[in-house]
Design a protein around this ligand. Structure first.
Ligand code: AKB
Length: 327
């Protein structure tokens, strides 16, 4: 692939589950030197290959300084407080999720940035939305702080596009499963934790009921969808709030049954907590025909294929860690 070196990309929340992997994928396209990673906490990228700046997304002035300093042309604004964590930090979660987005949109408007990516979530749906094959346009009455902020954020993205021409693009991510980093503060996090417990021969206590089915996606598909959306011609982007995308859907008992094919001794108990109510209000399967039509969306991984790849990759990682004396 030929490198496009004309873009300078700033990533917020770059230490997060998605941030570290998006940075690597963007570096392949645009070159490592053109990726500026930022986060509120210190650089957690183990190989420190990207330029890193400390950034609190609520701090508009520092954001402006960084955009000027690095001649930024695109922002991937990933910093957010997720659904479960947002329930215990109401005010601060709202501020980070909303003020952070508005700061990025404002900077994009003032500096005429080329493009912005901002993730929305299936959390914009609520108990009154259809549960199965949830359409792009439907009732959206989210019940979590996070869901309300994502819903409002989607409308702000559309507003900035229509009023100021800011080319901001967005996906309604489901739960994302990857082996390189851990998620934090989400309702779908169990689907990553469960692998680490199985690989380490530990038992697992699941915080959701065994039959609660949610939309999920393997990290390579999430990265593929993000880059495909961002690379699509502007005239083909018909959704300026955020696109529905479907990867796979499963319940805890379904993913555990699949993991047990590799770890038959794996012990699981169920102790649903407050996250059960959040999960119950979300769809179980998303309808994504507009993403398919506009930019050819098609996932590569189903449950079986994803579980196999997760187990292989985590086993390799474990062996490396044992060799290096980390475990
Ligand atoms: C969460 O569980 O909060 C996130 C999401 C679905 O947006 N993974």
């Amino acid at each position: 692939m030929q490198k496009n070196t004309t873009q300078k990309i700033l990533i917020t929340g770059a230490n997060g589950q998605l941030g570290s992997e998006i940075a690597d994928a963007l570096a392949i396209r645009f070159g490592t030197n053109n990726i500026i990673t930022t986060d509120i906490s210190i650089n957690s990228n183990p190989d420190k290959k990207f330029k890193f700046e400390k950034l609190d997304v609520m701090d508009f002035d520092t954001l402006v300084q960084l955009v000027k300093k690095y001649y930024i042309t695109q922002i991937y604004h990933l910093a957010a407080i997720l659904s479960a964590k947002g329930e215990s930090n109401t005010q601060i979660a709202w501020k980070i999720n909303m003020d952070g987005l508005l700061n990025v949109l404002e900077v994009a408007r003032i500096f005429n940035l080329n493009k912005v990516f901002w993730p929305s979530s299936i959390a914009i749906f609520g108990p009154t939305s259809p549960k199965e094959h949830t359409p792009q346009h439907t009732i959206t009455e989210p019940e979590t702080n996070y869901g309300i902020s994502k819903h409002a954020g989607e409308l702000w993205c559309k507003y900035y596009f229509e009023k100021y021409g800011v080319d901001v693009r967005s996906l309604r991510y489901p739960g994302i499963i990857g082996y390189k980093s851990m998620p934090g503060g989400g309702t779908t996090d169990y689907a990553v934790e469960v692998f680490h417990k199985a690989i380490n021969n530990e038992s697992f206590v699941c915080f959701l009921e065994k039959e609660t089915c949610l939309p999920m996606m393997f990290m390579p598909d999430a990265i593929k969808a993000t880059l495909q959306l961002m690379e699509e011609k502007k005239e083909n982007i018909s959704i300026r709030t955020s696109y529905n995308i479907q990867g796979m859907s499963f319940s805890p008992e379904e993913i555990i049954a699949e993991i047990k094919k590799y770890h038959p001794e794996f012990l699981v108990t169920y102790q649903p907590d407050f996250r059960q109510k959040i999960a119950e209000a979300w769809p179980s399967k998303i309808e994504d025909k507009i993403a398919k039509k506009d930019w050819n969306w098609k996932p590569d991984f189903n449950l079986k294929k994803m579980v196999k790849e997760m187990i292989i990759q985590l086993e390799v990682q474990k062996k490396d860690w044992i060799k290096e004396g980390v475990l």
